[in-house]
Design a protein around this ligand. Structure first.
Ligand code: GLN
Ligand code: ZN
Length: 764
């Protein structure tokens, strides 16, 4: 049997048990003990499943109460400075305090650690924070207990940890050099390795996904140096795991590390197998990640088997099998999906199905009797064939339309400089127009209506009436606040991608396909399984209602093609660029309908543009080209008088500065409040020509901004961009906020804008 193991398993529970238990604990409805028991039960289930799949080692350390990076940092005594003093919390509460921020009994607030995207996934980790006083030290934490738990199921244990280089790469540094931090960290890793060895652990998996990045030379040197230092005298066996891309120019580095093996991602980079087999050397194991940990489709088992034959010949027992990366990024069990078309359901593989795929692959590679794998292979081939031929996946009209899409379809009929005055003329907005990003608070009223609709307690008519009420209320509130460009508030949307799936061909939603996004927050990405086109209007009904409820301009609100793609599970038989173009065409139809209905401002959000940026520089330009092309295909068809807005929010814009201009939206509203305003001059200097709404306050902060604060911010912006180019808005949507706070903040924003407008008028 080829040795199989799992880099990591989902941990929220097949019914999101960990989420419910954690939130109940936060609300004080359940004792800590109950939450810990839920966690223990989930770990037991995960290990049992691994045993059933024939795992050679059980994986420990992939479980986390909130986030594995944060919890590893805390167990290493890497605690943000503000949490080190004057606060006594037990271990578990410390995790939640650092993850979510904390207010102590004196009302003193401590901000949460920064949350960041885990490479190019939609998982978010909490960045470990270092300062000169940080003294890493192994505190033990839960890990050793989990090892003891797992030991009840198997003698063969493997512990997964974030490796030291990746850990440092992902950290946040305040007045301390990353390499100094690394020096302090290595002895801690040594202590952990020793402690695990004493506990009887056989293997340690050090995750180093940074090996799939363009590593600067000093980082590569540090890599070699650190692993030599780390491995000196250690007794437990260690392998380094890379994923989310090929090793490429880090291949020699990875092979040179003095460890006992390597895990590689053969889903995103199958071509690296040959050279790895040639150069691995005589003693190391090679863990081949052959089943995707990122997508939800059945694998082509036959093709994978064929590809692994040479590996088996060369490596024998040193060939290990696994998923490309942790299964954290896929849902638990596709068998729970009972409402999907049969051919689609049959072609899905969530975490449990992937385990089974590995099991039969390993059986066949071990030349086990056909009874152990043949049926599974045959069934898999049949399901994939039936799937590939499924007629409703291929829509000739969509393909024809794309074939007839030329550069003109991606270009507005007039350049910005000529169309903006036309828009000004028809919209007649004051200088420094005020607006919001789209969503307003999702009230308890709305949530109840949604729940009751789901439970069948109210019908669609009653539900729609609740949405209608919310929209007319939103409009009235915005009018009384004195905002210039209004929105309908998005009450009908539970989410900005899944909601639209119902209106598009080729998209399916699942009942229970939840994936952890951060902490207890989970998302249920729709599945793109066929050609995309518009079945029905995505937004028309509600936006029209808003527009007829006011004489002020109402901004229509849609999600852009790149974000729709990024936050879904895409089909894998055509290029992502083609999927994005298909979505773009469907959106362009929606924009045309909105325009016909008299909507003169339409915002197309692309908050995921940055997230999908390829990890390697070399592939970024190609991506940004097709991504901005798709956005323009969605938006370029409108009349020059129609104003296109877009919205993006991240903390880092550096790598996409030029792409923001290339979208050619008339106005881009961006997050700038949290990250000082540096992005604004950078955009200007990079030749960004269109107008800009840099968020004037941080909607995530619990402290409502005051009028003078916002006015100061606007004046500061005016030193960088002239008033004609500036819009005034918060830095993101308001759906997670409360009404009281929203009203206070927006009224401060409007008042500040009016004050600055007066100053401007006087200065002329
Ligand atoms: N229009 C969306 C909203 O306001 C944008 C969300 C986002 O930026 N992620 O909620
Ligand atoms: Zn946003």
């Amino acid at each position: 049997m080829a040795h199989l193991h799992f880099l990591g398993f989902p941990r929220i529970g097949p019914q999101r048990q960990l989420k419910w238990a954690t939130e109940a604990y936060w609300r004080g409805e359940q004792p800590l003990q109950a939450l810990r028991e839920t966690g223990a039960e989930l770990r037991r289930q995960h290990w049992q499943q691994q045993l059933e799949a024939g795992a050679g080692h059980l994986t420990v350390g992939d479980f986390a109460w909130y986030d594995q990076v944060l919890e590893q940092a805390l167990s290493f005594n890497i605690v943000p400075a503000r949490f080190r003093q004057g606060l006594k919390l037990d271990r578990q509460d410390q995790v939640y305090a650092v993850a979510r921020g904390h207010r102590d009994e004196h009302g003193e607030e401590r901000a949460a650690s920064p949350m960041r995207k885990w490479f190019d996934t939609n998982y978010h980790y909490l960045a470990p924070e270092w300062d000169p006083e940080t003294r890493p030290q192994w505190l033990g934490g839960d890990l050793l207990d989990w090892v003891d738990e797992a030991a009840q199921y198997s003698d063969h244990l493997k512990v997964a940890l974030t490796g030291p280089l990746t850990f440092v790469w992902l950290s946040h540094f305040d007045s301390i050099d990353p390499f100094e931090a690394l020096e302090r960290l290595l002895p801690v890793y040594r202590d952990v390795l020793n402690a695990l060895q004493e506990r009887g652990v056989e293997w340690v998996q050090l995750d180093e996904p940074v090996l799939a990045l363009d590593l600067p030379a000093d980082w590569r040197h540090a890599f070699e140096r650190s692993y030599h230092q780390l491995m000196l005298g250690r007794t437990v066996k260690v392998f380094v795991s890379s994923y989310f891309g090929g090793l490429e120019d880090n291949l020699s580095l990875a092979l040179s590390l003095p460890v006992d093996g390597l895990h590689v991602d053969l889903v995103s980079a199958p071509e690296q197998l040959g050279v790895l087999l040639d150069r691995l050397g005589p003693n190391k194991i090679l863990s081949c990640g052959v089943i995707s940990g990122r997508n939800i489709w059945r694998a082509d088992l036959e093709a994978i088997y064929q590809r692994l034959i040479p590996a088996r010949e060369r490596l024998g027992q040193r060939l290990w099998l696994s998923t490309s990366c942790s299964l954290l990024h896929v849902p638990y069990d596709s068998a729970q999906e009972t409402q999907l078309p049969a051919a689609l359901q049959e072609n899905l593989a969530f975490a449990e199905q992937k385990q089974f795929e590995l099991k039969v692959l390993a059986a066949r590679l071990a030349d086990a009797p056909a009874s152990e794998w043949l049926n599974a292979f045959t069934h898999s081939n049949q399901a994939r064939d039936a799937w590939a031929r499924l007629p409703e996946r291929h829509l000739k009209e969509v393909q024809d339309r794309l074939d007839h899409t030329g550069p003109d379809h991606r270009r507005r009929s007039l350049p910005f400089a000529e169309r903006y005055p036309l828009q000004q003329n028809s919209l007649k907005l004051p200088p420094l127009p005020t607006t919001t990003i789209g969503s307003f608070p999702q009230t308890e009223d709305l949530r109840r209506a949604r729940r009751e609709l789901r439970q069948g307690k109210i019908d669609k008519l009653a539900y729609d009436a609740a949405i209608e009420r919310s929209i007319t209320d939103n409009i009235a509130i915005q009018e009384s606040l004195g905002l210039d460009v209004l929105v309908h508030g998005e009450p009908e949307r539970n989410d900005m991608v899944e909601y639209f799936a119902d209106f598009l061909t080729g998209f399916a939603t699942t009942q229970n396909g939840w994936v952890q996004s951060y902490g207890t927050r989970c998302v249920k990405p729709p599945i793109i399984y066929g050609d995309v086109s518009r079945k029905a209007s995505l937004s028309g009904q509600w936006i029209k209602l808003a527009a007829t409820s006011t004489t002020k301009p109402v901004k229509g609100m849609l999600t852009g093609p790149v974000t729709m793609l990024a936050w879904s599970f895409p089909r894998d038989d055509i290029a992502n660029s083609t999927i994005a173009d298909q979505i773009a065409l469907a959106l362009s139809d929606e924009l045309a309908s909105l325009e016909q209905a008299g909507i003169r401002i339409i915002q197309v959000d692309e908050p995921a543009l940055r997230e999908k940026l390829p990890l390697r520089k070399q592939r970024q330009e190609e991506y940004l080209n097709w991504a901005t092309d798709a956005f323009r295909l969605a938006t370029a068809g409108v009349a020059p008088e129609t104003q296109i807005h877009t919205h993006m929010c991240y903390s880092r814009f550096e790598d996409i500065i030029e792409a923001i201009g290339a979208l050619d939206a008339d106005v881009a509203t961006i997050e700038a409040a949290r990250t000082d305003l540096a992005v604004v001059p950078r955009l200007r200097d990079a030749g960004y020509r269109q107008n800009l709404g840099p968020g004037v306050y941080d909607i995530h902060s619990p402290l409502a901004p005051s009028e003078p604060q916002i006015a100061a911010r606007i004046r500061q912006l005016l030193t960088v961009l002239p008033a004609e180019r500036l819009w005034i808005n918060p830095d993101c949507g308001l759906k997670t906020r409360g009404w009281q706070e929203v009203k206070a903040s927006l009224s401060a924003m409007v008042a500040a804008t009016k004050a600055v407008r007066e100053e401007l008028a006087q200065s002329i």
